[in-house]
Design a protein around this ligand. Structure first.
Ligand code: SF4
Length: 307
């Protein structure tokens, strides 16, 4: 099974749209870096570098919220071994984070502990219950600050450090080409980089690869197909994905149940929050159906929630 980036007819110089993303290689960048979520798509990019189907980037960054499933972390260890083996240590997988676990911030808020170690509460996209007086009494969803604080900012900081720049020091525009593993079925997540010194690139889109193509490619090479990566309590799960967590990661499932219980009556929140989109306690949801509503894990941060 062969998928390749397309020079030719790749453009002579990269087409850079909106100042922040490129279709094709960007000439003159100082650094190429992959945002690794360790799910199917970004793992495919790593393994395509291993097999020589893609050229190696200079760095691979994994943003660790401290709350990934143990199965994802095991897969990450395996990827790390592959990268080390095939580059003789020239390329590394850097695990970057904000310090501390996202779940601990949620625990602190639930306990009404307020700001600890300068870490204020960060909101996650939990489902809120409807209440009287609110439009149609319909429930909503919390803000997704977690992506920015626990993924995007640590990734930016790490790349800045790899380039040798201090915090807030100006970096010339277009210095870093950032590879992101978004496949054709999630094209809506592709977008421009937020900072002018980074240019996003989507190799799977350039190769017209869907998620299913990635699975088929991994299997055809005898490589493991990883689970979707996300915090164990991420609300963007379908029933099938919750069921997978329950059946494959007992500790992760226990953590999700705990967080679900803790967010029910959080001090300062006017509405009760839930992990499941049905707005019922996770422990009580009938997960036997494969019902998929909304976009499921499409919105999840495989290396950066729609970077
Ligand atoms: S996986 Fe979900 S909970 Fe975790 S940082 Fe991303 S959006 Fe937030």
């Amino acid at each position: 099974m062969t998928f390749r980036l397309e020079p030719p007819p790749a453009p002579k110089s990269a087409r850079i749209r909106r100042g922040g993303w490129s279709w094709g290689q960007v000439e003159g960048v100082r650094h190429r870096s992959l945002s690794l979520g360790a799910g199917i798509q970004s793992s495919t990019l790593v393994m395509m570098m291993v097999t020589g189907d893609l050229p190696w980037v200079d760095s691979i960054l994994f943003a660790d919220t401290g709350d990934e499933s143990i199965r994802t972390l095991e897969h990450l260890d395996w990827l790390e071994g592959q990268v080390k083996l095939h580059t003789n240590g020239r390329v590394e997988i850097h695990r970057v984070g904000r310090g501390g676990r996202l779940s601990d911030r949620i625990r602190n808020r639930a306990a009404g502990r307020g700001v600890i170690n300068n870490d204020r509460f960060v909101s996650a996209p939990f489902y809120t219950e409807g209440r009287k007086g609110k439009r149609n009494g319909a429930g909503g969803q919390g803000k997704r600050q977690c992506t920015r604080e626990f993924k995007l900012e640590p990734l930016d900081r790490a790349r800045r450090g790899l380039l040798g720049y201090r915090p807030r020091q100006r970096i010339p525009a277009g210095s870093v080409e950032v590879w992101i593993g978004i496949s054709t079925d999630e094209v809506v997540r592709a977008g421009a980089a937020f900072s002018p010194w980074q240019i996003n690139r989507y190799p799977l889109l350039e190769m017209r690869m869907s998620r299913q193509d990635c699975v088929a490619w991994l299997e055809s090479h005898g490589f493991p197909v990883p689970p979707k990566s996300a915090c164990v309590f991420c609300p963007y799960r379908s029933n099938a994905e919750w069921r997978w967590l329950r059946d494959n990661d007992p500790q992760g499932w226990a953590d999700a149940l705990e967080i679900d219980r803790l967010i029910r009556n959080t001090p300062g929140m006017r509405e009760r929050e839930f992990l499941h989109r049905d707005r019922v306690p996770l422990a009580e949801v009938d997960l036997s159906t494969d019902e998929e509503r909304g976009q499921g894990m499409l919105m999840v941060c495989d290396a950066g929630c729609g970077l």
